[in-house]
Design a protein around this ligand. Sequence first.
Ligand code: A3P
Length: 350
Amino acid sequence: MAAPFSVIPNSGLASAPEEAKREDAPKPPQQFDGLISTLPLNQEWIPIRLRKYQDFWIPEHSLPGVMAMQQNFEARPDDVFVLSYPKSGTTWLKALAFAIMTRTHYSMADHPLLRSNPHECVLFIPSVFSNGTASKLEAMPSPRILGSHLAYSLLPDSMKGSGGRFLYVCREPKDVFISRWHFNDKMRPDSVEPIPFERAFDLYCDGISPYGSIWEHVREYWEESLRRPEKVLFLKYEEMLEEPVGTAKKLADFVGCPFSPEEENEGVVEEIIRLCSFDSLSKLAGRMMHKLNTVIPLQTTSLYRKGVAGDWRNHMSEVMAGRMDAVTSQKLERSGLTFGISAGMEADGM
Ligand code: A3P
């Protein structure tokens, strides 16, 4: 018998009929509310309230889902996880991973990414727990593709163990900050003043921004990628911009579905890159015109701003840039990870 509505493989995403069931949907976990209210609070990134949890500042509205995920999420060996510090290229990496891993399911003319944003195709695990719909995760066919912004040390043990492989994307911290500042500004209700740029800068340098210190975040995944290269594919946003074909092939190899010579000859790699490009996804988002399914109201178009490297130059003084570079050098000292800041490279190279 035909299914009453269609579900995109690996996404848990269902079409319209599920909307009708929302009233009966399970409620978000409430057993953590007492604990969350005792955690240190920062309210300066309005409208996001941050709570310091296990050394990272996590948006309060995500914490019930994060805690439920930590307690209950069971990773499978063939899961693929898209992981990142927010504003580092998550949306792009989700699109690429999804398009590459499901490429035999869809034609380019009728691709899910033409009508659903990448976060609907690759769900954030804590959001699924927050929505009270964790059973969706169990029902998803393998290999699942799922996402999270959590630092490595906050992931559930089953993920850190043999459960699945990680795709991690990092980005030059100054550009991440600029992207975050603009993104936050879009979330802000008109009645609320924006967080002053200089104050946001200080908070970010002190690790008090959504999902905590970017330097601790990248360092943890970087070190894990050195320890277990078969477990963690560590990507840089700027290298993805420079080498999209190389990135797509590396990603496909890593998740165990390499492009065949025939596919390469037929231009499948380039087609996927085009579909997932900034131009393509941002235009599609304009046509979608619907709100992102988050606690904080946001249009889908908010996911896309400029999509370039080095935009920090248009917003940050040399003094601020120097200060942030110094934090980066100090925090990543002896890690072997660089962002090209001391090598005299251009901001759009790493
Ligand atoms: P900017 O604000 O600098 O433009 P995330 O997805 O982790 O929230 O990251 C958002 C950043 O990635 C934004 O950067 C956004 O414009 C950029 N981005 C989104 N989709 C992209 C794509 N397909 N290619 C390149 N950059 C993209």
